[in-house]
Design a protein around this ligand. Structure first.
Ligand code: MG
Length: 303
């Protein structure tokens, strides 16, 4: 009997031990669940911290932008005059058949004019660029081509809707060869042996002070009779070498620089001197635009 009781006791002890082990194991599982729950909780807290950090980061960024805008000088009340070259800056005008084919291969739509079998290709973003220029400056178009050639190009652009609405009414002047100052030069440099400069002296007849005038011309020679810092010389538009999809020069490089000019308080020459140490070089211009920031997004509505 004692043997039987002893065996029963041992069996109960074994079951008890097994139960304890089971309870311990269950406790571990519960602990593990709790651990998992804690992990989830911590992850949620971490995410919340991250969201707060992002909010804080945005707030800091916004504050920084506000602070920068507060420190930005006001727009100069003297509205500047911008003189725009046509060929090489706003468009490519040409006659060569091989150039035409090369440009078409690069994705450009070539526009033709009936006059002298002349063709032209507007630079991408031209309409948006001109609209912004009209908004910020007094605008003068000035080409060293003939008066007739200018009239044909302007008419063709207007007809095709390549100029912003009312462009012809809003610009101050459209000038051509008669307003240029001409010099005899070597025929190998210029087709007709004449260098035509865009001299600021013409502006006196129109009561425009040259300290408020910026000439934009891809040719450095056209500024030969002026102060060297009277002009900026943007990269020549070359649709034969640049694919259409890769040319956002007007909106991404040139407009940011002009945007900066609006806030410049001194003469235009001091702006050019400060931002363009070597007028012939292209690189500082791009660097300046990169610093000042693209205005592609702001300009989308216009392009
Ligand atoms: Mg030019």
């Amino acid at each position: 009997m004692q043997e039987s009781l002893k065996a029963q006791w041992e069996e109960e002890q074994r079951l008890l031990q097994a139960t304890r082990e089971m309870q311990a194991m269950m406790a571990k599982v519960r602990q593990s669940d709790q651990g998992l729950a804690l992990c989830v909780q911590e992850l949620k807290a971490e995410r919340s911290r991250l969201e707060d950090w992002i909010k804080e980061h945005n707030l800091v960024k916004k504050d920084l932008e506000e602070a920068l805008s507060l420190h930005r000088p006001p727009i100069n009340p003297r509205r500047r005059t911008l003189v725009l070259d046509i060929n090489g800056l706003l468009m490519k005008v040409g006659r060569s058949r091989s150039d035409l084919v090369a440009a078409e291969k690069n994705g450009y739509d070539v526009c033709g004019t009936a006059y002298a079998a002349c063709w032209f290709i507007p630079r991408p973003g031209m309409a948006g660029f001109l609209r912004r220029c009209l908004e910020w400056f007094h605008v003068i178009l000035w080409t060293s081509r003939t008066e007739r050639n200018l009239a044909v190009l302007v008419r063709a652009c207007t007809k095709r809707g390549l100029f912003p609405g009312n462009f012809q009414k809003e610009i101050k002047h459209s000038w051509s060869q008669p307003q240029c100052e001409s010099f005899q030069t070597a025929r190998e440099n210029h087709k007709d042996g004449v260098l035509r400069c865009k001299s600021m002296s013409v502006l006196y007849d129109h009561s425009i002070c040259e300290r408020d005038v910026l000439l934009l011309d891809d040719s450095v020679q056209k500024n030969s009779t002026n102060h060297p810092y009277q002009a900026l010389h943007p990269r020549t538009f070359d649709p034969m070498k640049t694919a259409k999809k890769d040319d956002n020069y007007l909106s991404s490089v040139l407009l940011p620089v002009l945007d900066k000019l609006r806030f410049h308080q001194e003469d235009v020459t001091s702006f050019v001197e400060a931002n363009w140490q070597a007028p012939q070089a292209q690189e500082p211009f791009g660097k300046l635009a990169a610093y000042w920031g693209t205005i592609d997004a702001r300009d989308k509505a216009f392009i």
